[in-house]
Design a protein around this ligand. Structure first.
Ligand code: DAH
Length: 349
């Protein structure tokens, strides 16, 4: 009798299994069989009414039923969970074939970019890139560059003084020539460039700033002539402004070079015909330069009878303004984009 009942329940369970279509059905079924008043739970409570000799077998059968149910329950639950997970994965999938939205990350400062370009060319010619202090002694900024106290050339380079008259913000990167020679202790050749900040007591306008950048250069070796300087300048200018750019020297005066020159390049914009960039002259001034003055060599410990050298100084902003067609120096130092409308990249034309 009890065996029949168990068989009946087994059959009922077998047909119930087929009707389970979702997790809710499955949980309902659990209540139906194993809940407080569930079919299998009730069978359990009938044990006490079974004659002793049949109790063991009955108990085993009930357990078997429970196991059948639990196995079914666990595997079905797993099945539903996998289905659910797959549905979720599909609905939340990211379509990586879609083009991404553009991320604006900013760009290198073009002044820095230009300086790096110049550094690379000089490094490829064996030059070292060196640094010097922005707070400088009068001695290096002027005196050892052959500009003694009271020299009228100091007027054009009036700067900011920190302590008395001996410590100042350097008005040029030329003192790094002196520092490099002193540190070299007579070693040759010296090939260095020094890009760096400089200061002058100037009122800011489109072409002047109380703070600006120069790129200094110095070469010391034997038998150095103006033609070495010309060749070097020519290479760097062609690299920056294109191969058809020519350079020329005009006589000039600096206290630390003799002879001194002003370096012009042929206008890369109008190719010499005359335009606004070259002020209708066909030429643009880009640097001061010359053959290192014997006094400067001597003061730095190099015998001018044996050694000679050339030096040059570019205005970094000036080069960047020419290269990128910027007509106001202040845009390099003004971080307010609303006021930087003057900035106009040549490549964008
Ligand atoms: N220091 C000069 C200036 O600020 C530029 C310069 C001229 C640098 C001639 C040099 C040079 O090295 O030889 O105007």
């Amino acid at each position: 009798m009890e065996n029949n009942k168990i068989e009946e329940i087994k059959n009922l369970l077998a047909s119930d299994k087929n009707s389970v279509t979702d997790i809710k059905n499955l949980n309902d079924l659990k209540v139906k069989y194993l809940g407080k008043k569930g079919i299998i739970t009730e069978l359990n409570s009938e044990i006490k009414n079974i004659p002793n000799e049949e109790k063991k077998e009955f108990g085993q059968k009930v357990n078997e039923l429970r196991n059948i149910f639990n196995e079914f329950f666990d595997s079905k639950k797993q099945e539903f969970e996998t289905i659910l997970l797959n549905e979720k994965l599909n609905s939340e999938a990211i379509d990586i074939s879609l083009p991404s939205t553009k991320v604006v990350t900013g760009a290198p400062n073009i002044l820095e970019k230009l300086i790096e370009e110049v550094e690379e060319v000089f490094m490829s010619m064996g030059y070292d890139v060196v640094d010097g202090p922005e707070i400088e002694y009068d001695k290096y900024n002027f005196e050892m560059l052959n500009i003694p106290k009271g020299h009228p050339a100091r007027d054009a380079q009036d700067t900011f003084y920190l302590e008395g008259e001996e410590i100042l913000l350097r008005s040029q990167t030329s003192p790094v020539q002196v520092r490099t020679m002193l540190a070299g202790k007579g070693e040759v050749p010296i090939r260095m460039i020094c890009p760096g900040k400089t200061y002058r007591r100037d009122d800011d306008d489109a072409t002047h700033s109380h703070q600006f950048m120069q790129i200094e250069g110095l070469l010391v070796d034997k038998n150095i002539s103006l033609s070495d300087l010309k060749g070097t300048i020519d290479i760097i200018m062609k690299k920056l402004f294109g191969n058809d750019v020519e350079s020329r020297f005009r006589p000039s005066y600096y206290q630390f070079t003799e002879p001194s020159v002003e370096v012009d390049i042929s206008c890369f914009n109008c190719k010499g015909k005359g335009c606004n960039i070259c002020k209708k002259t066909g030429w643009i001034t880009v640097a001061g330069a010359g053959i290192v003055h014997p006094n400067v060599l001597k003061m730095a410990g190099y015998d001018p009878e044996v050694w000679s050298g050339f030096a040059f100084g570019f205005g970094a902003e000036r080069l960047a303004m020419l290269k990128y067609d910027i007509n106001d120096l202040r845009v390099f130092y003004n971080t307010d984009l609303r006021e930087s409308i003057i900035f106009d990249r040549k490549e964008a034309e």
